[in-house]
Design a protein around this ligand. Sequence first.
Ligand SMILES: C[S@@+](CC[C@H](N)C(=O)[O-])C[C@H]1O[C@@H](n2cnc3c(N)ncnc32)[C@H](O)[C@@H]1O
Length: 405
Amino acid sequence: MSADQIDAWRASPGTDSCRFIVGKTKAFWLYRRTWVDSRRYVSVRLHCKLFSLRGGSLPVATFAAVRSALDALRLHPQNHGWLGLYEVLESRFAAEAAEGDGPLHRIIRECDEKRPNLSTSHLVTLLCIAVKGLYGDWRESPVFDGRVSLAEKSDLLATTLTKDEKVVKDQVLTRQNSFSSARRFLVPQVLISYFARRHDMPVRLADLGTGAGLMPRQLGSRTNFDRFAPDLTWDGWKPEFVDVPYELRWGVDRPPVEDRSWIRQCYGPSGYYDERYAELDWAFDQPDVKAAAMTSSALDLLEPDSITEFIGAHEFNVVTCSFVLYQYSEDDRRAVAKAVANALPEPGLFVSFEPAGDLYTPGGSIRIYLPGNPMPVEFGQASDGHCMGHVHAGRDYDDFRDRYL
Ligand SMILES: C[S@@+](CC[C@H](N)C(=O)[O-])C[C@H]1O[C@@H](n2cnc3c(N)ncnc32)[C@H](O)[C@@H]1O
């Protein structure tokens, strides 16, 4: 089957995955069709693996997945600052493919072998973060200058990568996208505070993949709520600030816990992201955030037994996790949700907030898990992952509010 035939087949209605065997090669391609608006969708190759029938995988398929992801991401309707770099990287990938090899191909090949469970969207954003780090202040580099031609930027990137391939590779092999948002706490703030008031319970909170560790401290912060809540509206609801007793706040992240300079590097090259970073600084500086006692420790979410043990040992009744699970395969995401739901006591809740369509479309999906039930409550979708915009009701929005908030 030729690539054109596959693409034609892929474009037929309802097709989201395909498997086929050609000669000695078996392939599995999985697509996700994500609607940008009522008329347009992006169809993104999420996984695209070729296996030799004699065993082993051929990374050429991962290159196709990475280029497809770059293509989808550079067409993202929100340009917060990364789209230009996606375009330059895509152009470099194309040039390397024509030349037969190059630094980007070698990095992706090694990552595919050593970190096979990374989602393609995460791998691509991590690659961008690592590349951005090579240039120091983005304002001073022509690679981020809209007036410089794509061809020139692609050549400049080629020169830099020849010199710094190892730096990029080391970061892609060992780090995560650790972008930490000052505004995402708004979603758990509302859900947890209403839930806790309804159940008259003190909260023992664990934040999984806490990044900068801001969110556990922000929960219950009136100053942060008053500043950020007006920029996030909710379908048929105007949630108010509700104070709840926090007995324990704990943030975990995978080892090694990242420093602020890496978190800064994860912000995109734009004035928009400079403003978001200034908000992070502001939020940490507020007296009620500074006064909130928080414990942090290392925990790898890819070890579900450790999650069970951790929740049980500290008797957490509320767990949050935002913009973390999309970084992994669907199986890993399900395993984490199941481990948390099974470990939670009654009454308890797990608020999971993940990018809509794995970053390929704007916004974030809000899912809630209740104790013992690995099936999510589809609460809704925030129109913007940085929580400036609107929360649209999901299938279970009204029912969950009636029964639990
Ligand atoms: C994009 S940041 C989100 C930070 C924060 N939750 C927020 O929404 O602002 C994702 C975080 O998840 C962490 N993470 C990724 N994989 C993890 C794992 N296997 N175990 C624990 N934390 C992980 C990363 O290190 C990173 O700090």
